[in-house]
Design a protein around this ligand. Structure first.
Ligand code: SF4
Ligand code: SF4
Length: 340
């Protein structure tokens, strides 16, 4: 609150992202406003490098990306549903690693006990994972994730909404801004992470993960038809996810640690690494078709994807929901105020 009050007087960073626009909508910022601003921030760090009042040199000790990152994680914790799973955000490495090991172990045990280790490799794919099992498990997992995401999204919305109305146009613009990564670009300058010369690296890596994940998800929904064009689409999607997650990990390792919230990093790493391995095994799916490796890789890959969806509401993967809601609110507020 203190730091944003200084920014509200300074306003040098206007134009970098939606945060600086949204700050101007209110003369006094309350807790809901700060929550909203924290999820509008895409962590590009442009405002950090532009600011002459930064910690540790200046007495104001500002660090806007870091403080917004800390608040952002608080919004995840405050709105996580059901509350019982709050420990997942407290111990993200432990929870992600344990869930992954358990899921892979169950998958291997299922293969070994149901079909026998020796014959498993040579079985038809639809014997290993029957179509009805695949479709029903997929639908159940999607429903589970969408239900919890919606529950969390409603809780978050009730915190940031101050009886303002959403508009259809704001809804469309918010979704568009999220899909096209508008606020990753620092108002056109690009991100300053991992360094000043890599302006478009972060937006590129995040786009690879986002569009790769969607491409792979759509193409695998045609199971058991995962050959031909579907195999190519799955391969492209998986390569994109692998490259994108590897790039995001590289950026986190290289970037200046002082400009980023440690708690944000602690929940980013495990989920990004999980997605990386989901991407690698996803690449092997079409590549290994017809070989003895296929069934083992396919079943392990499915286990990783299920963990991704099961952990989505209690991990870094809450962020797309809160970000889209925040962008919709920002665009609705912006349109309403411009019409006054
Ligand atoms: S981050 Fe620094 S330069 Fe930017 S608006 Fe705030 S006080 Fe001004
Ligand atoms: S998106 Fe970038 S410019 Fe905007 S608040 Fe976050 S770090 Fe600063």
């Amino acid at each position: 609150m203190r730091q944003l009050s200084i920014c509200n007087a300074c306003r040098y960073c206007e134009g970098y992202c939606a945060v600086w626009d949204a700050i101007e909508f209110k003369s006094i910022l309350n807790e809901g406003d700060i929550y909203h601003l924290s999820n509008l921030c895409h962590d590009c760090r442009d405002c950090y490098y532009a600011c002459p009042y930064n910690e540790p040199e200046h007495d104001f000790k500002l660090n806007i990306p870091k403080v917004l990152g800390q608040v952002r994680v608080e919004t995840y914790k405050d709105n996580l549903k059901p509350r019982f799973f709050g420990f997942a955000l407290e111990k993200p490495i432990l929870v992600t690693a344990t869930s992954t090991i358990i899921a892979v172990a169950i998958s291997i045990a299922y293969a070994a006990f149901s079909f026998g280790v020796d014959s498993f490799s040579s079985l038809p794919m639809t014997t290993v994972i029957p179509v009805t099992l695949f479709k029903s498990a997929t639908i159940l997992v999607y429903l589970y994730t969408i239900t919890l995401w919606s529950w969390e999204g409603i809780a978050y919305w009730s915190k940031i909404n101050q009886k303002e109305h959403l508009s259809v146009s704001g809804l469309g613009k918010g979704i568009r801004d999220a899909i096209f990564h508008k606020n990753f670009l620092g108002g056109g300058e690009g991100c300053k992470v991992p360094n000043h010369n890599s302006r478009y690296m972060r937006v590129t890596m995040h786009s690879l993960v986002f569009f790769g994940f969607i491409t792979a998800l759509v193409s695998i929904s045609f199971y058991p038809d995962i050959t031909g064009y579907f195999a190519i689409a799955y391969l492209i999607g998986s390569i994109a996810v692998t490259l994108g997650t590897a790039g995001m990990i590289y950026i986190h390792l290289k970037e200046s640690k002082g400009s980023r919230s440690d708690v944000q990093s602690s929940i980013d790493y495990p989920f990004t690494i999980l997605l990386f391995f989901a991407g690698i095994t996803g690449i092997i799916v079409p590549v290994s078709f017809g070989t003895t490796l296929f069934n083992w890789n396919f079943i392990i890959h499915d286990a990783l994807i299920i963990v991704v969806f099961l952990l989505a509401p209690f991990s870094k993967f809450i962020h797309p929901v809160f970000r889209v809601i925040s962008l919709i609110k920002y665009n609705s507020d912006s349109l309403r105020l411009s019409q006054k």
